[in-house]
Design a protein around this ligand. Structure first.
Ligand SMILES: Cc1ncc(COP(=O)(O)O)c(C=O)c1O
Length: 499
């Protein structure tokens, strides 16, 4: 018996219990094929003696392995190895694993892989776009709200979308974004991206046409492509989406009308009305992604598209990522009344449900005025950072960049000459410690411009200055200096693309 166990079973005192060690080792030995089916183990008394364990420990493990089907045990007989799943033996070696067909992702998974954003930016660092300043968030107040909400958490009867957060959000969105809805139309989700993804799957069938802004938000394109849609980029002009002259008719249109992603442009009121009229005639649904409109610097923010919609075709999407901090992981959709039921069903089936205490804590955070106060404070800070980035970039790289200063939000677009390789520049900047997202992958279809998409909100002025200096240096190294000019006329800049 000692020979059989030698080198196979070896338990010792440590962090892992003796029971766990014995169980794992016996099971692994049987799965490896070292003991073929029908092989008899020593009795539990003998095993206990050889291994220096108590009989109780060994009997417990044998019973467990018998219950799982690895061993046959009968009164008065030694435990016998059964024919386990993996133990189809050839020459004493298990072949099950080697001959198994590899698993493939579904078509949805494959489409998602293809549609995925081409870059992994890693942990946030200057000047990564899309980030709010988590360091400036009132975490103590938030912790108090969370603690109170956790103490009063409901027990399974309160529904998926908490009435507390629905009402608080609605009051906020009616006042600040001019939405028109009943609170029952609000679907609370883990992020704006999950709202875009769910919407794509719920309103699009495979093969149907979806329009996205080009350049535009890659997350929307990926959601629609993975839903099997025929995704088409629509060019922009100064007023955002410009579909003049197009003959194709979409089933879904994705827009960011209040700060177009990535140009920051604002869709004026007339264009909004035209878009709604067009969508109505085409029978299309419209996603209004209002991802960062709480933060607005110049003039009054324009009210939402959803508030102008009389025919129930706008799905309004928002997020707390930019107005609080990214890791809060909470977004929402306001859906037309006819779609509430299917959204709630999809939400339950896909498990996209926010924890009730977090929903209640956010409701309190909004109702007690902390949310509005935080937005007011951060708007002042972010405006100063935006201006700082514009000033320093102009000073150190003004010859190579044409900036598109945004009226709001947390990031800005800096255009490069169209001959520049913005991906190569972003790669070089990443090696120098600066995150800058290239513009070209934001286009769907023809690439109509090059540039760098830069976040300013999450970084203080010293960080902005250092990162801007790095950009100036790298651009100086990678881009040939502008040709010598004969006159003293100012340098000609590449105009922003109006693809
Ligand atoms: C235009 C746009 N929409 C949606 C999102 C996603 O927001 P969330 O973090 O809530 O998923 C982002 C993220 O940066 C974005 O830029």
């Amino acid at each position: 018996m000692g020979d059989i166990l030698a080198g196979l079973i070896d338990v010792e005192r440590g962090d892992v219990t003796l029971t766990r060690q014995l169980y794992d080792q016996l099971r692994a030995t049987m799965l490896s094929g070292a003991w073929p089916p029908g092989h008899r183990l020593p009795s539990s008394r003998e095993l206990a003696r050889q291994l220096g364990l108590s009989r109780n420990t060994v009997s417990g493990v044998i019973d467990q392995l018998a219950m799982e089907g690895y061993l046959d045990v009968a009164q008065g007989r030694r435990p016998t190895v059964t024919a386990t799943n993996a133990s189809k033996l050839v020459g004493g070696r298990t072949i099950a694993r080697q001959s198994a067909k590899p698993l493939h992702a579904s078509r949805w998974g494959e489409r998602l892989r293809i549609a995925d954003w081409p870059f992994r930016e890693g942990p946030p660092r200057p000047l990564a776009p899309a980030h709010a300043d988590a360091r400036a968030f009132p975490h103590d107040i938030w912790a108090r709200c969370l603690r109170r909400a956790a103490r009063h958490a409901p027990h399974g009867t309160a529904g998926v979308n908490r009435a507390s957060l629905r009402s608080a959000l609605l009051r906020h969105l009616v006042e600040h974004r001019g939405v028109r809805a009943d609170s029952s139309q609000i679907i609370i989700l883990p992020s704006a991206q999950s709202a875009v993804e769910l919407t794509a799957r719920l309103v699009l069938n495979a093969g149907e046409i979806a329009w996205v802004e080009s350049p535009g938000y890659g997350g929307a394109r990926a959601a629609m492509q993975s839903a099997g849609a025929d995704v088409r980029g629509v060019k922009l002009d100064r007023g955002g989406l410009d579909w003049k002259g197009r003959r194709d008719r979409p089933r879904l249109i994705f827009v960011t009308p209040s700060h177009q992603h990535p140009t920051g442009r604002l869709m004026p009121i007339n264009r909004r009305r035209e878009l709604l009229r067009f969508a109505n005639e085409a029978g299309a649904a419209v996603i209004e992604d209002d991802y960062d409109s709480e933060i607005h610097y110049d003039g009054r923010p324009i009210a939402s598209l959803q508030g102008l919609d009389d025919s129930g075709r706008v799905i309004y999407i928002g997020t707390f990522s930019k107005s609080t901090f990214a890791d809060i992981r909470c977004g929402y959709a306001i859906v037309p009344p006819d779609l509430v039921d299917v959204f709630e069903t999809a939400q339950r089936h896909s498990g996209q449900i926010m924890p009730a205490p977090v929903q209640d804590a956010l409701a309190e955070f909004i109702d007690d005025g902390h949310f509005a106060a935080h937005i007011r404070k951060m708007t002042r800070i972010y405006r100063a950072r935006r201006d700082r980035l514009i000033a320093t970039l102009t000073a150190v790289a003004g010859a190579h960049l044409t900036l598109e200063p945004p009226a709001g939000g947390v990031q800005l677009l800096a255009h490069l000459d169209s001959r520049c390789d913005d991906r190569a520049i972003a790669t070089r900047l990443a090696a120098a410690g600066v995150t800058a997202r290239p513009l070209s992958p934001h286009f769907t279809g023809e690439v109509g411009g090059r540039g760098l998409y830069l976040g300013f909100a999450a970084w203080n002025e010293a960080e902005i200055d250092i990162a801007a200096a790095t950009i100036g240096r790298v651009l100086g190294e990678m881009i040939a200096p502008p040709r010598k000019r004969r006159s003293k006329a100012p340098a000609k800049r590449t105009p922003p693309p109006t693809p």
